[in-house]
Design a protein around this ligand. Structure first.
Ligand code: C2O
Ligand code: CU
Length: 461
């Protein structure tokens, strides 16, 4: 494993004084989104600023909040030295606007622009991020929150977006480690950072009043880290997953697991006693719980906690017609300590060793990387049941573009999601109705895995 360069002590030492990031205000107008190099104070203040890729100079990119049913129109202007494109993660979008370079559009070259223009059918917590060399560009900072508001949202005191991430930084200079395609990362659990933070910085904190009711929208923007979280001093309910409201709120009384790209909406009451710590805690690899987001309490709000819990309105998406569903199966193979599958790559059969020499470490249904033919061709409206067999010793976060799916357990249809965590050795099943025409990626959102084989696509026509 790559040695962790930053020592935790160094970082803890720097967290006394918190200050706001010198965030550039939107460099581009409301209709523009300029991809450009910027500086951000990710590490504590005693460290230098970090050079990042940004949208409009801000890291994370500007908050986009629009009403459900609204239209988003943003012109991406590429001022980066590399081609890029934007994917609007989780949106049931018009395929031409999906932002996947090489599948739904050409990457936007430096100096060029591309206008994304589409409507937002579903309310919820989404995000946007680069989808050209995403393993590198997302890790360099090209992402931001996309919040689609319900016409009649739950009554809360405040709504906070928390984008969780980790960064692999040089311990002296605080610059992003440029070794994105390190085979050790790609073939193992992916690129994991040595500094963990929220909303673009280490040691992010919120202020709140005791008795307040908050809606917290958590987004995992990390390349590979699975966040294991717990609430302290907060009583909470999960009300939505991956943007989609649950049928009924679920009390949070254990861990919240957030795989890369997944979102969870919580409604929390600040219920702490006088001296109790209020925080979202994170379990680290050493099994210690550490503060992911701390809360500074000042003042009291009037007894919200006694009121019934407000819920985002449920869109009542129809269950999948399992009886008629086309059955598909996809085996995930490869990776370190795996079964060394041979597979098809660039249209040819190859042995695993040969694949590895070309930087491919994983296969999905026997194929490494994008193939000319889709994994499945589906007709519009076709119900599908897809069995996912994780025949590797690593977890994967499988994401389908363009439509939501439900996890099927037995014959029970779980909540709508767009990204599913698949654990080592586990077989899971998802079902969806292929109702959005186009070419849609299906890939692991551990972006190093996606880049080294775990990317395929389906076609709905
Ligand atoms: Cu969030 Cu294919 O991506
Ligand atoms: Cu993976």
């Amino acid at each position: 494993m790559k040695p962790i360069a930053f020592s935790r002590r160094q970082f803890l030492a720097g967290t006394g004084a918190l200050s706001l990031l010198p965030r550039a205000s939107l460099a581009a107008g409301p209709e523009g989104l300029t991809a450009e190099v910027a500086q951000a104070q990710i590490a504590p203040e005693t460290y230098p600023v970090t050079e990042v890729y940004s949208y409009g100079g801000a890291f994370p990119g500007p908050m986009i909040r629009l009403p459900q049913g609204g239209r988003i129109r943003r012109e991406l202007l590429n001022n980066l030295p590399v081609p890029t494109s934007i994917h609007w993660h989780g949106i049931r979008i018009d395929n031409a606007m999906d932002g996947v370079a090489g599948l739904t559009q050409e990457a936007v070259s430096p100096g060029q622009s591309f206008t994304y223009d589409f409507t937002l059918p579903d309310a919820g917590t989404y995000w946007y991020h680069a989808h050209t060399s995403s393993m590198e560009q997302v890790a360099r900072g090209l992402y931001g929150p996309l919040i689609v508001e319900e016409a009649d949202g739950p009554d809360v005191d405040r709504d906070e977006v928390l984008m969780l991430d980790d960064w692999l930084l040089d311990p002296e200079t605080a610059q992003i480690d440029p070794a994105f395609d390190h085979p050790m990362d790609l073939s193992h659990a992916g690129r994991r950072g040595n500094l963990i933070g929220t909303n673009g910085r280490y040691g992010y904190r919120l202020t709140a009043k005791r008795g307040e009711r908050l809606r917290l929208r958590l987004i995992n923007a990390a390349n590979a880290r699975i966040f294991v979280l717990r609430l302290a001093g907060l009583s909470g309910w999960t009300v939505a997953l991956d943007g989609m409201p649950l049928d009924a709120p679920e009390k949070v009384d254990g861990e919240i697991i957030l795989a890369p790209a997944q979102r969870v909406d919580l409604i929390v009451d600040v219920s702490a006693e006088e001296t109790q710590e209020v925080a979202i805690l994170r379990a680290d690899d050493d099994e210690e719980w550490r503060v992911q987001v701390g809360f500074d309490l000042s003042g009291e709000a009037t007894g919200r906690a006694a009121e019934p819990l407000p819920l985002p309105p449920n869109p009542g998406m129809a269950p999948v017609d399992l009886g008629r569903a086309t059955k598909l199966e996809m085996r995930m193979e490869g990776g370190a300590m795996g079964n060394m599958p041979s597979g098809r790559m660039n249209g040819q059969m190859m042995g695993f060793r040969q694949m590895m020499q070309d930087g491919m470490f994983w296969t999905l249904a026997g194929v490494a990387g994008m193939d000319e033919a889709p994994f499945a061709r589906l007709s519009r409206g076709e119900p599908v049941r897809l069995k996912l067999i994780n025949d590797t010793v690593f977890p994967h976060a499988m994401h389908l573009h363009g439509q939501h799916f439900r996890e099927i357990v037995g014959e029970v249809q779980g909540p709508m999601r767009d990204t599913l965590l698949s654990l080592p050795g586990q077989t899971t099943e998802i079902a969806f109705t292929a109702d959005n025409p186009g070419k849609w990626l299906f890939h692991c959102h551990m972006l190093g895995h996606a880049a080294s084989g775990m990317t395929t696509w389906i076609e709905v026509a």
